[in-house]
Ligand binder design. Sequence first.
Ligand code: GDP
Length: 523
Amino acid sequence: DIDYIYESLMNTAVDIDSLEADSHLDEVWIKEVIKMAGMKLKWSKLKQEKVRENKDAVKRPQADPALLTPRFPVVTIMGHVDHGKTTLLDKLRKTQVAAMEAGGITQHIGAFLVSLPSGEKITFLDTPGHAAFSAMRARGAQVTDIVILVVAADDGVMKQTVESIQHAKDAQVSSSALFLTLSLSVPIVLAINKCDKPEADPEKVKKELLAYDVVCEDYGGDVQAVHVSALTGDNMMALAEATVALAEMLELKADPTGPVEGTVIESFTDKGRGPVTTAIIQRGTLRKGSILVAGKSWAKVRLMFDENGKTINEAYPSMPVGIVGWRDLPSAGDEILEVESEPRARQVVDWRKYEQEQEKNKESLKLIEEKRKEHQEAHRKAREKYGTLHWKERSLIKYKEKKQQQPLKLKERVERESNVLPIIIKGDVDGSVEALLDIMDTYDASHECELELVHFGVGDISENDVNLAETFHGVIYGFNVNAANVIQQSAAKKGVKIKLHKIIYRLIEDLQEELSSRLPCNV
Ligand code: GDP
């Protein structure tokens, strides 16, 4: 039955109840093994065959071009530290809030939408810097259409300016093959900031950027450069318009029909509303009641809101939206996919968790494989030696053998030789005591320190066990049994160690430690 357990573990999930009750390895042990192998008991309850065909949520195939409709751009602001990214974002956001009649309370949701007087719209991701950008890229998420590169006109091109350019250039490498032939990079709009400063030198910035293949229009390239001041708000509209102009050239489109696809921008826990995410919708239209999965979480959309905290009923491609209704917190960069039902969402999430645990427990599986070999060997040897003899009879045989080899009384040997470890074994049932004796058999011969079984049996630790242990300076090992308080106290008074375990291999490990601590030579 050991084989049965292990095989089951390796291949599929185990239904604990179906395992034989009189297994050599008790249920606690089996559960532990299952845990180590990363098997979720819950998973075994799912209909495996059904899931195996269709275990994860997947993206739909590319949309029929006829279904595509124009969408507005999603923009990330990047640049060197202190060059004005935050100030620029604040100014852009405030322009918008001021333009709105009921300027609600601005909420930081990781992205916001700006509507221009012309009716055009831009979504800005407001996690400046490339940390967030790289985190998303590492997950293969591609939400940004345009990068606004901020360079301070007094400072010029700096280290993180160059890194930002690099990020923008690499950005689409992992993206859809369709775009590979067109471009490998996210196009840039250059915002030369701090132009209000007397020492500002925008021309120097443009010249410096030539070295990094960012060629402004003045130099015959296609990068639009806008001279701005985030501090005074000067030329903000020109920057927005340059962005819109670029977006028009890109002919950004998306399919607003069918199940939703999107990307998590931020996630946080709100005291009242629980786990909340901000997402950019990339396909389909999100509505209340939609069932979503993202990472290892799922949601039934209870509420959607915009960056002003206003409830919204629908979110289209390119729109940033706050989503309430998640069971757990997904991570930034996680792909959001709509599924058809709650049971399906649970199935997908369970599958993903299971897969992750499998990954995490590859090491544990190795350990289990070792233990399995060890235990099989122990059983084999014991069978060879004792056949079908009951453990009580065979222990008697063993005892007699020992007696012949070691005529000296155990008590005397213990007192004379330090490398003898007298032990008392108590187990809850016949099977567990037998399994322990089998395993101990293999240690008997191979160790310098000798295990001396003083007594063994089924049942809780008794006063008699404690007395025996005291007499022989032994240690009591209990597997799945108890020691009453009075017994524990008595043992403590007599200086007797009682070690209780519920997992066989832990008990064996403990025993090995005890053995090595008694080895005579400590170099
Ligand atoms: P970030 O690190 O790129 O987000 O830069 P911040 O937005 O925090 O700006 C850094 C500093 O530069 C702050 O003290 C800003 O007030 C200042 N700053 C930002 N934009 C301008 C600008 O257009 N003109 C001037 N004079 N100072 C600016």
